[in-house]
Design a protein around this ligand. Structure first.
Ligand code: SF4
Length: 261
């Protein structure tokens, strides 16, 4: 199988409704403790229940994030049934696999997902001029900060809550993930409806509902990010060991801020 990088035209973002422009609802009444208590009360609930509670509380000021992994596919399926107008954003680093863009387009066709492309505004050539060529090889933390963390932080500043697909058994860092958390860095609520799910549950849902997924998963790529920082792994290896392989880095940084510094 040839893994190629191919530039595809970006779709124009769909119009944002006037409801979305109301943006942030009041989150002052929320604290890390109250978020934790709500999360504990929802522990053991289905992802659908957690999503419904989130929408009841925060819509329209709630968005979903996806990196187009299998967890995101499950959540997009559920969101498309519960609140199909929900905006789903992805961080376009200009370095995603062609398969990822093709999956995005398939999700629009199959599930009617309303995507928002979030971008740094910095082209790769300009980044190379300012920071040197192939920054991801020399300083991946800075590269992720520029192309993912800062654009996401700016985007999320307009909302009160976001939904992610992270799971507790993905990494040691994610082991204590709550289904509802206070996100310190973004000063907002973070919903992780699949926190307690296993990888097997995720794949069973995808197969049961015949949902599309990135074909690279069938070729040794259990976790997929930028093509520059993603490698195939051998069977039995840590599924995330193909991300920033050979480096100490295990997270791009967009989920780190949930921990109070
Ligand atoms: S994953 Fe790699 S290429 Fe993508 S933003 Fe992070 S360091 Fe840069």
């Amino acid at each position: 199988m040839t893994i190629e990088r191919r530039e595809l035209p970006y779709p124009q973002p769909l119009p944002i409704s006037s409801n979305d422009m109301e943006r942030r609802v009041e989150t002052a009444q929320w604290s890390a403790e109250s978020a934790k208590q709500v999360g504990l009360s929802l522990e053991g609930s289905s992802p659908e229940t957690i999503l419904r509670r989130g929408f009841e509380q925060f819509a329209p000021s709630i968005v979903m994030a996806t990196g187009f992994g299998p967890e995101g596919i499950v959540l997009m399926h559920l969101v498309s049934e519960i609140r199909p107008e929900t905006l789903v954003f992805y961080l376009d680093t200009d370095l995603l696999f062609a398969h990822t863009y093709e999956l995005r387009d398939e999700l629009v066709r199959r599930l009617g997902i309303r995507f928002e492309r979030v971008h740094s505004g910095l082209s790769l050539p300009v980044q190379a001029l300012r920071h040197g060529d192939k920054l991801w090889e020399r300083d991946p933390d800075s590269c992720c900060q520029i192309r993912k963390v800062i654009p996401q932080r700016q985007f999320l500043a307009n909302y009160s809550a976001w939904i992610t697909g992270i799971r507790r058994d993905q990494t040691a860092f994610r082991a204590n993930t709550g289904v509802v958390e206070w996100d310190y860095a973004n000063k907002m609520i973070k919903l992780n409806p699949l926190a307690a799910w296993t990888s097997d549950q995720v794949w069973e849902h995808i197969q049961t509902h015949n949902l599309p997924y990135n074909p690279l998963h069938d070729y040794g790529y259990p976790s997929i990010g930028c093509w520059t920082c993603t490698k195939a792994v051998e069977p039995g290896q840590d599924p995330r060991s193909g991300r920033w392989a050979g480096k100490a880095k295990t997270e791009c940084g967009i989920h780190l801020p949930s921990i109070k510094k």
